[in-house]
Design a protein around this ligand. Sequence first.
Ligand code: NAD
Length: 352
Amino acid sequence: MYKIVSIPGDGIGPEVVAGALEILNRLSQKHGFEIVVEEHPFGGASYDLHGEMLTDETLEACRNCDAVLLGAVGGPKWESLPHEHKPEAALLKIRRELGLFANLRPAKVYDALVEASSLKADVVGGTDFIVFRELTGGIYFGQPRGYDENKGWNTMVYERYEVERIARIAFEAAQKRGGKVTSIDKANVLEVSQLWRNVVHEVHRDFPEIELSDMYVDNAAMQIVRNPKQFDVIVTGNLFGDILSDIAGMITGSLGMLPSASIGKSHALYEPIHGSAPDIAGQNRANPIATIASVAMMFEHSFCMPDIADEIYGAIEATLAEGLRTADIANTGRSAVSTTEMTAAIVRNLGA
Ligand code: NAD
């Protein structure tokens, strides 16, 4: 039995999460495992009900489940709230409270969407790698930080244990994938990167079968757009990962296609990388694939069922091959299907 906490959130969040729950339902019927889903409010939806973006009750539920499925939070209605009440603050809080130290973003190009990439089809076709970004350390959290009239300062700092734990899960992922890890840093300029590099190499001793290479971040940005097929698993710090995972995501096509996982020692949260898309909320036009692919990541990383993850990716691929497109990925002139139609087709392609 798997217990999942669903926090649909705002805007298109509830629409895409509903699609993902249908996928879970079908898989549980097909394979005979039990899934219990408990829904809790989060973000603006929670603020309107309880005056708080993240209540203790929602947080407690997230602590006591096997995986959290999040839609998206935020929207114009809550933008003018003070910083500490904003949806972004609630997102940071939930990640911190659950100790989610690694953010995983796959960059996988579906054959049927090769033409949707900003890169040439022969460059991007067949791309399939994943970025492991350190999420709770580095320059976004380092002290001292601040600014005055004439000076601004931040501190990039990593402790050994922070590098060790993310390096280890990146090597473990590579064992189940193509057996290659690229560690990205700026060790030619930054001392903190020298520590990062040393520790990654130390952890590598436990994974002698994995091929490890180091790459400077400026070169990595170039290599991702020049020859993305060379990568299997990328591991990097918070700041570099923030930038590189966006580049990696965008070469694969649309925002509506990109899943993510945030992983900690004992908790994990799965969410599409897009926001609440207030411009199309409530119109049944959102692309549910990013959230459905986030469920695939859940099977892979939380439930250790990579075969089921592959089944989900296969059903997405088959649906795209049939020519179904939501508006965000439809070429001009091609008619678009709704969120519910896209979901129903993926469920059908999962088979009975
Ligand atoms: P956004 O990702 O919501 O939307 C950007 C554009 O992409 C919009 O045109 C939108 O219609 C489109 N889009 C996004 N997801 C789509 C999907 N699944 N299907 C089809 N089209 C899709 O980013 P934004 O407009 O900058 O932000 C809107 C709100 O979302 C803001 O309040 C922001 O703070 C919030 N946000 C939340 C998260 C999160 O919950 N993790 C992430 C980013 C932004």
